[in-house]
Design a protein around this ligand. Structure first.
Ligand code: ADP
Ligand code: AMP
Length: 214
């Protein structure tokens, strides 16, 4: 099973991707998580990516595409994988297509998690993230057992710099300009599915499973 999660920042892609990855026992590949891990480890890629991420801009395609193409070539991706936050531009989608074509493979579904901008702005302010293990919480909708502590690994949770209100609006603009066109792109390929991302997260998951189970 090869799935792309589409949707605005904060739509719930990561939340759902983790649940799907656990259900189908396939890797969850989040480009945002990969960049944040690189920032934490002080790598060259991390330094370059941070300057764009902090401004709410996309990291350039040339720093992003090869990274994903390499990742999906690894052995643990043989049974499939779920891409979260990639592709985010038409050139990224085309690069992914070329890589898949070269291996005689294709994506099964591009699932758009649909949430209006107003709801997103509220969600992002409440998101809390673990930079250690990648778990994501929400102060109201999915609170950790102990405030600001990751249930999974015990690390202190943070409010991402790019989840501050001024950057969220910028990211939404970038989404509408550069990423939303992917909805038509995947619709044209006949693999687009849409779910209402404003439902409770378990109901969103049930809607996705209905799609993947046919
Ligand atoms: P994305 O990966 O699309 O940026 P996340 O999965 O990190 O989004 O979700 C953004 C925030 O909204 C997180 O704090 C998450 O806990 C919360 N969230 C996710 N899905 C829902 C939902 N269906 N209802 C309410 N809050 C949600
Ligand atoms: P995310 O964790 O998916 O919300 O991504 C956080 C930030 O990482 C984005 O706002 C971008 O700056 C950067 N990023 C993540 N994935 C991509 C991508 N596919 N292309 C470009 N930039 C990305």
């Amino acid at each position: 099973m090869k799935i792309i999660m589409l949707g605005a920042p904060g739509a719930g892609k990561g939340t759902q991707a983790k649940m799907i990855a656990a259900k189908y026992e396939i890797p969850h590949i989040s480009t945002g998580d990969i960049f944040r891990a690189n920032i934490k480890n002080g790598t060259e890629l991390g330094k370059k990516a941070k300057s764009y991420m902090d401004q709410g801009l996309l990291v350039p395609d040339e720093l992003t595409c090869d990274l994903v193409v390499d990742r999906i070539s690894q052995d643990d991706c043989a049974k499939g994988y779920i891409l979260d936050g990639f592709p985010r531009t038409i050139p990224q989608a085309e690069a992914l297509d070329r890589a898949l074509e070269a291996r005689g493979e294709k994506m099964d579904y591009a699932i758009d998690v649909d949430v209006a901008d107003e709801v997103i702005v509220n969600r992002m302010g409440g998101r809390r993230c673990c930079v250690n293990c990648g778990m994501t919480y929400h102060v109201e909708f999915n609170a950790p057992k102990t405030e600001d502590v990751c249930d999974s690994c015990g690390e202190k949770l943070i409010l991402r710099d790019d989840d501050k209100p001024e950057t969220v609006q910028k990211r939404l603009n970038v989404y509408h300009e550069q990423t939303q066109p992917l909805i038509d792109f995947y619709s044209g390929k006949g693999i687009l599915k849409s779910v209402d991302g404003t439902m409770d997260m378990n109901d969103v998951f049930a809607a996705i499973v209905k799609i993947t189970e046919g």
